[in-house]
Design a protein around this ligand. Structure first.
Ligand SMILES: [Fe+2]
Length: 328
Protein backbone atom coordinates (compact mmCIF):
# COMPACT_ATOMS: atom_id res chain seq x y z
CA UNK A 1 0.00 0.00 0.00
CA UNK A 2 2.78 2.41 0.97
CA UNK A 3 4.57 1.76 -2.32
CA UNK A 4 1.41 2.39 -4.26
CA UNK A 5 0.93 5.69 -2.43
CA UNK A 6 4.52 6.73 -3.29
CA UNK A 7 4.04 5.91 -6.95
CA UNK A 8 1.10 8.28 -7.23
CA UNK A 9 1.41 11.05 -9.76
CA UNK A 10 2.30 14.44 -8.35
CA UNK A 11 -0.99 16.19 -7.60
CA UNK A 12 -1.81 19.32 -9.61
CA UNK A 13 -1.52 22.61 -7.77
CA UNK A 14 -4.71 23.92 -6.20
CA UNK A 15 -5.65 27.53 -7.09
CA UNK A 16 -4.49 28.59 -3.60
CA UNK A 17 -1.14 26.84 -4.02
CA UNK A 18 -0.68 28.37 -7.47
CA UNK A 19 -1.33 31.85 -6.08
CA UNK A 20 1.05 31.31 -3.20
CA UNK A 21 3.83 29.93 -5.42
CA UNK A 22 3.31 32.76 -7.91
CA UNK A 23 3.63 35.30 -5.10
CA UNK A 24 6.92 33.75 -4.02
CA UNK A 25 8.57 32.69 -7.29
CA UNK A 26 7.05 35.40 -9.47
CA UNK A 27 3.88 34.92 -11.50
CA UNK A 28 5.62 34.84 -14.89
CA UNK A 29 8.36 32.53 -13.64
CA UNK A 30 5.77 30.11 -12.27
CA UNK A 31 3.79 30.11 -15.51
CA UNK A 32 6.96 29.56 -17.56
CA UNK A 33 8.25 26.79 -15.26
CA UNK A 34 4.97 24.89 -15.32
CA UNK A 35 4.87 25.16 -19.11
CA UNK A 36 8.46 23.86 -19.44
CA UNK A 37 7.76 21.02 -17.01
CA UNK A 38 4.75 19.95 -19.06
CA UNK A 39 6.74 19.96 -22.29
CA UNK A 40 10.17 18.67 -21.34
CA UNK A 41 9.50 15.07 -22.32
CA UNK A 42 10.48 14.42 -25.91
CA UNK A 43 7.71 13.95 -28.44
CA UNK A 44 8.61 11.28 -31.00
CA UNK A 45 6.73 12.11 -34.20
CA UNK A 46 4.13 13.70 -31.94
CA UNK A 47 2.99 10.28 -30.79
CA UNK A 48 5.22 8.84 -28.08
CA UNK A 49 6.52 10.77 -25.11
CA UNK A 50 9.83 9.47 -23.90
CA UNK A 51 12.35 10.44 -21.29
CA UNK A 52 16.04 10.30 -22.28
CA UNK A 53 16.94 9.64 -18.64
CA UNK A 54 14.96 6.39 -18.77
CA UNK A 55 17.35 5.02 -21.40
CA UNK A 56 20.61 6.76 -20.43
CA UNK A 57 20.72 4.91 -17.09
CA UNK A 58 20.35 1.35 -18.43
CA UNK A 59 22.80 2.14 -21.24
CA UNK A 60 25.44 3.37 -18.76
CA UNK A 61 24.80 0.37 -16.47
CA UNK A 62 25.29 -2.02 -19.38
CA UNK A 63 28.46 -0.30 -20.57
CA UNK A 64 30.00 -0.41 -17.08
CA UNK A 65 29.05 -4.08 -16.60
CA UNK A 66 30.66 -4.96 -19.93
CA UNK A 67 33.80 -3.08 -18.87
CA UNK A 68 33.87 -4.90 -15.50
CA UNK A 69 33.62 -1.56 -13.66
CA UNK A 70 30.02 -1.60 -12.42
CA UNK A 71 30.65 -2.92 -8.87
CA UNK A 72 33.51 -0.48 -8.28
CA UNK A 73 31.52 2.48 -9.61
CA UNK A 74 28.41 1.56 -7.60
CA UNK A 75 30.50 1.19 -4.44
CA UNK A 76 31.95 4.67 -5.01
CA UNK A 77 28.43 6.03 -5.65
CA UNK A 78 27.42 4.92 -2.12
CA UNK A 79 30.62 6.13 -0.43
CA UNK A 80 29.39 9.57 0.66
CA UNK A 81 32.27 11.55 2.14
CA UNK A 82 32.06 14.38 4.69
CA UNK A 83 34.00 17.41 3.57
CA UNK A 84 34.76 20.48 5.69
CA UNK A 85 35.35 23.92 4.20
CA UNK A 86 35.86 27.26 5.97
CA UNK A 87 35.02 30.59 4.34
CA UNK A 88 36.07 33.93 5.81
CA UNK A 89 33.39 36.52 5.04
CA UNK A 90 34.40 40.18 5.46
CA UNK A 91 30.90 41.33 6.41
CA UNK A 92 30.05 38.53 8.86
CA UNK A 93 29.37 39.76 12.43
CA UNK A 94 31.84 38.43 14.98
CA UNK A 95 28.94 36.75 16.84
CA UNK A 96 28.31 34.52 13.81
CA UNK A 97 31.90 33.35 13.49
CA UNK A 98 31.78 29.55 13.49
CA UNK A 99 28.24 29.40 12.11
CA UNK A 100 28.08 26.12 10.19
CA UNK A 101 25.90 25.20 7.22
CA UNK A 102 25.53 21.58 6.13
CA UNK A 103 25.39 21.64 2.33
CA UNK A 104 23.84 18.84 0.29
CA UNK A 105 22.99 18.91 -3.39
CA UNK A 106 21.79 16.62 -6.19
CA UNK A 107 20.27 13.87 -4.09
CA UNK A 108 18.58 12.24 -7.12
CA UNK A 109 16.96 10.23 -4.34
CA UNK A 110 14.95 7.90 -6.59
CA UNK A 111 17.91 6.67 -8.64
CA UNK A 112 18.73 3.63 -6.47
CA UNK A 113 17.09 1.86 -3.53
CA UNK A 114 20.57 1.67 -1.94
CA UNK A 115 20.95 5.45 -1.77
CA UNK A 116 18.56 6.59 1.03
CA UNK A 117 20.36 4.41 3.61
CA UNK A 118 23.73 5.82 2.55
CA UNK A 119 22.41 9.38 2.89
CA UNK A 120 20.94 8.61 6.34
CA UNK A 121 24.31 7.20 7.46
CA UNK A 122 26.13 10.29 6.18
CA UNK A 123 23.69 12.58 7.99
CA UNK A 124 24.06 10.57 11.21
CA UNK A 125 27.84 11.06 11.04
CA UNK A 126 27.47 14.87 11.25
CA UNK A 127 24.49 15.02 13.64
CA UNK A 128 24.55 18.12 15.83
CA UNK A 129 27.55 19.69 14.05
CA UNK A 130 25.68 22.38 12.06
CA UNK A 131 23.34 25.33 12.64
CA UNK A 132 21.27 24.94 9.46
CA UNK A 133 21.24 22.54 6.52
CA UNK A 134 20.66 23.41 2.87
CA UNK A 135 19.82 21.30 -0.18
CA UNK A 136 20.63 23.00 -3.47
CA UNK A 137 18.23 21.15 -5.74
CA UNK A 138 17.77 17.95 -7.71
CA UNK A 139 15.89 16.07 -5.03
CA UNK A 140 14.65 13.94 -7.96
CA UNK A 141 16.23 11.95 -10.72
CA UNK A 142 13.09 10.88 -12.59
CA UNK A 143 10.85 13.90 -12.06
CA UNK A 144 10.05 13.97 -15.72
CA UNK A 145 7.73 11.07 -14.92
CA UNK A 146 5.82 13.32 -12.54
CA UNK A 147 5.65 10.86 -9.65
CA UNK A 148 6.12 11.25 -5.91
CA UNK A 149 8.83 8.61 -5.36
CA UNK A 150 11.76 10.95 -4.72
CA UNK A 151 9.74 13.38 -2.61
CA UNK A 152 8.54 10.48 -0.43
CA UNK A 153 12.12 9.29 0.09
CA UNK A 154 13.32 12.81 0.90
CA UNK A 155 10.42 13.29 3.34
CA UNK A 156 11.45 10.16 5.22
CA UNK A 157 15.03 11.49 5.45
CA UNK A 158 13.97 14.77 7.11
CA UNK A 159 14.23 13.45 10.72
CA UNK A 160 17.89 12.57 10.04
CA UNK A 161 18.69 16.33 9.92
CA UNK A 162 19.39 17.90 13.32
CA UNK A 163 18.68 21.54 12.34
CA UNK A 164 16.28 23.51 10.13
CA UNK A 165 16.62 22.63 6.44
CA UNK A 166 16.30 25.11 3.56
CA UNK A 167 16.43 24.37 -0.14
CA UNK A 168 16.03 25.51 -3.72
CA UNK A 169 14.79 23.63 -6.77
CA UNK A 170 16.99 22.05 -9.42
CA UNK A 171 16.37 21.23 -13.05
CA UNK A 172 15.23 17.69 -12.16
CA UNK A 173 12.60 19.02 -9.71
CA UNK A 174 9.04 20.11 -10.24
CA UNK A 175 7.58 23.23 -8.69
CA UNK A 176 4.71 20.91 -7.76
CA UNK A 177 7.14 19.25 -5.30
CA UNK A 178 7.25 22.41 -3.18
CA UNK A 179 4.03 21.97 -1.14
CA UNK A 180 4.99 18.35 -0.37
CA UNK A 181 8.59 19.20 0.56
CA UNK A 182 7.47 22.05 2.82
CA UNK A 183 4.90 19.82 4.51
CA UNK A 184 7.81 17.49 5.34
CA UNK A 185 9.90 20.27 6.88
CA UNK A 186 12.04 21.52 3.99
CA UNK A 187 11.67 25.32 3.72
CA UNK A 188 12.12 26.13 0.04
CA UNK A 189 13.49 29.48 -1.11
CA UNK A 190 11.91 30.39 -4.46
CA UNK A 191 13.56 33.63 -5.52
CA UNK A 192 13.20 34.72 -1.89
CA UNK A 193 15.17 34.96 1.34
CA UNK A 194 15.03 34.50 5.08
CA UNK A 195 17.23 35.59 8.00
CA UNK A 196 19.06 32.92 9.91
CA UNK A 197 20.63 33.16 13.34
CA UNK A 198 22.30 30.92 15.84
CA UNK A 199 19.80 28.50 17.32
CA UNK A 200 18.11 29.78 20.46
CA UNK A 201 19.34 33.37 19.97
CA UNK A 202 17.12 36.44 20.36
CA UNK A 203 15.15 37.66 17.31
CA UNK A 204 17.25 40.85 17.20
CA UNK A 205 20.60 39.04 17.45
CA UNK A 206 23.06 39.22 14.51
CA UNK A 207 21.84 37.37 11.45
CA UNK A 208 22.77 36.67 7.88
CA UNK A 209 20.53 36.59 4.86
CA UNK A 210 19.95 33.17 3.32
CA UNK A 211 18.59 33.63 -0.20
CA UNK A 212 17.57 31.01 -2.75
CA UNK A 213 16.86 31.24 -6.45
CA UNK A 214 15.12 28.95 -8.89
CA UNK A 215 17.19 26.99 -11.40
CA UNK A 216 19.37 29.47 -13.35
CA UNK A 217 20.62 27.01 -15.95
CA UNK A 218 17.90 24.88 -17.58
CA UNK A 219 14.60 26.51 -16.54
CA UNK A 220 16.22 29.94 -16.15
CA UNK A 221 13.38 31.03 -13.88
CA UNK A 222 15.76 32.55 -11.34
CA UNK A 223 15.35 36.14 -10.17
CA UNK A 224 18.29 37.22 -8.02
CA UNK A 225 17.06 40.81 -7.58
CA UNK A 226 13.76 39.48 -6.25
CA UNK A 227 15.58 37.06 -3.92
CA UNK A 228 17.69 39.91 -2.50
CA UNK A 229 14.92 42.51 -2.28
CA UNK A 230 14.82 42.33 1.56
CA UNK A 231 18.56 42.72 1.96
CA UNK A 232 19.82 45.37 4.36
CA UNK A 233 22.94 47.26 3.39
CA UNK A 234 26.17 45.47 4.35
CA UNK A 235 24.26 42.36 5.37
CA UNK A 236 26.15 39.12 4.56
CA UNK A 237 24.32 36.96 2.02
CA UNK A 238 24.60 33.24 1.46
CA UNK A 239 22.92 32.33 -1.83
CA UNK A 240 21.53 28.89 -2.69
CA UNK A 241 21.56 28.18 -6.42
CA UNK A 242 21.25 24.82 -8.09
CA UNK A 243 23.87 25.61 -10.73
CA UNK A 244 27.03 27.75 -10.61
CA UNK A 245 25.96 29.66 -13.72
CA UNK A 246 24.84 32.45 -11.40
CA UNK A 247 28.48 33.30 -10.55
CA UNK A 248 28.78 36.59 -12.48
CA UNK A 249 25.36 37.88 -11.46
CA UNK A 250 26.06 36.96 -7.82
CA UNK A 251 29.35 38.85 -7.90
CA UNK A 252 27.69 41.94 -9.38
CA UNK A 253 25.04 41.80 -6.63
CA UNK A 254 27.68 41.57 -3.86
CA UNK A 255 26.66 38.10 -2.64
CA UNK A 256 29.09 36.88 0.04
CA UNK A 257 28.96 33.13 -0.66
CA UNK A 258 27.22 30.96 -3.26
CA UNK A 259 26.48 27.30 -2.48
CA UNK A 260 25.61 25.24 -5.55
CA UNK A 261 25.87 21.86 -7.28
CA UNK A 262 24.44 20.49 -10.55
CA UNK A 263 27.74 19.53 -12.19
CA UNK A 264 28.23 16.38 -10.02
CA UNK A 265 31.98 17.01 -10.29
CA UNK A 266 31.76 15.24 -13.66
CA UNK A 267 30.48 12.07 -11.87
CA UNK A 268 32.39 9.65 -14.14
CA UNK A 269 35.97 10.85 -14.29
CA UNK A 270 39.36 9.68 -15.42
CA UNK A 271 41.96 9.28 -12.64
CA UNK A 272 43.19 12.82 -13.41
CA UNK A 273 39.73 14.18 -12.50
CA UNK A 274 38.65 15.07 -16.04
CA UNK A 275 35.06 14.10 -16.76
CA UNK A 276 34.29 11.28 -19.20
CA UNK A 277 31.15 13.12 -20.28
CA UNK A 278 31.32 14.21 -23.88
CA UNK A 279 29.15 17.19 -23.15
CA UNK A 280 31.02 20.25 -22.02
CA UNK A 281 29.13 22.00 -19.27
CA UNK A 282 28.20 25.50 -19.99
CA UNK A 283 30.31 26.95 -17.19
CA UNK A 284 33.87 28.22 -17.00
CA UNK A 285 36.33 25.77 -15.46
CA UNK A 286 36.85 27.69 -12.25
CA UNK A 287 33.25 27.26 -11.00
CA UNK A 288 32.70 23.62 -11.99
CA UNK A 289 33.93 21.94 -8.84
CA UNK A 290 34.96 22.87 -5.30
CA UNK A 291 35.89 26.35 -4.07
CA UNK A 292 35.86 29.31 -6.39
CA UNK A 293 35.94 33.07 -6.36
CA UNK A 294 34.36 35.62 -8.66
CA UNK A 295 35.44 39.12 -7.70
CA UNK A 296 34.65 39.49 -3.99
CA UNK A 297 32.11 36.64 -4.10
CA UNK A 298 33.18 33.19 -2.93
CA UNK A 299 31.49 29.95 -3.92
CA UNK A 300 31.45 26.22 -3.50
CA UNK A 301 30.26 23.81 -6.19
CA UNK A 302 29.75 20.44 -4.56
CA UNK A 303 30.13 17.10 -6.33
CA UNK A 304 26.71 16.30 -4.84
CA UNK A 305 25.22 13.37 -2.97
CA UNK A 306 23.57 11.17 -5.60
CA UNK A 307 24.20 10.61 -9.27
CA UNK A 308 22.48 11.41 -12.53
CA UNK A 309 21.24 8.74 -14.95
CA UNK A 310 22.91 5.67 -13.44
CA UNK A 311 23.90 4.89 -9.81
CA UNK A 312 27.57 5.07 -10.70
CA UNK A 313 30.54 7.28 -9.89
CA UNK A 314 34.16 6.93 -10.87
CA UNK A 315 37.08 8.92 -9.46
CA UNK A 316 34.55 11.47 -8.20
CA UNK A 317 33.09 10.48 -4.79
CA UNK A 318 29.85 11.99 -3.53
CA UNK A 319 29.99 14.36 -0.58
CA UNK A 320 28.14 16.37 2.01
CA UNK A 321 29.89 19.56 3.09
CA UNK A 322 30.17 21.26 6.47
CA UNK A 323 30.56 24.93 5.47
CA UNK A 324 31.97 26.91 8.38
CA UNK A 325 31.73 30.70 8.21
CA UNK A 326 34.24 32.93 9.90
CA UNK A 327 34.42 36.65 10.34
CA UNK A 328 37.33 37.99 8.26
FE1 LIG B 1 21.88 16.84 -10.43
Amino acid sequence: MAEQAEDRALPPLSPEQRNELGRRLGVEALRFRLHREENREKHFFGLVRWCPMKYAGPAANLAFKCAGLWKRAHREFLDIRVREETFALPDLPEELSGFTILHLSDLHADISPDLPGAIADALASVAGRYDVAVVTGDFNNFTVHGDMVAVSIVSRLRPAFTAPVFGCLGNHDSVRDVPLLEKSGYRMLLNESTRIRRRGSAPDSPSLLLAGIDDPNIFRTHDLARALSDRKSDEPVVLLSHAPSIHLEAARAGVSLVLCGHVHGGQLCFPNGRSMALRHWNFPDHVRRGRWREGATQGYTTTGVGACGAPLRLNCPPEIVLVRLESA
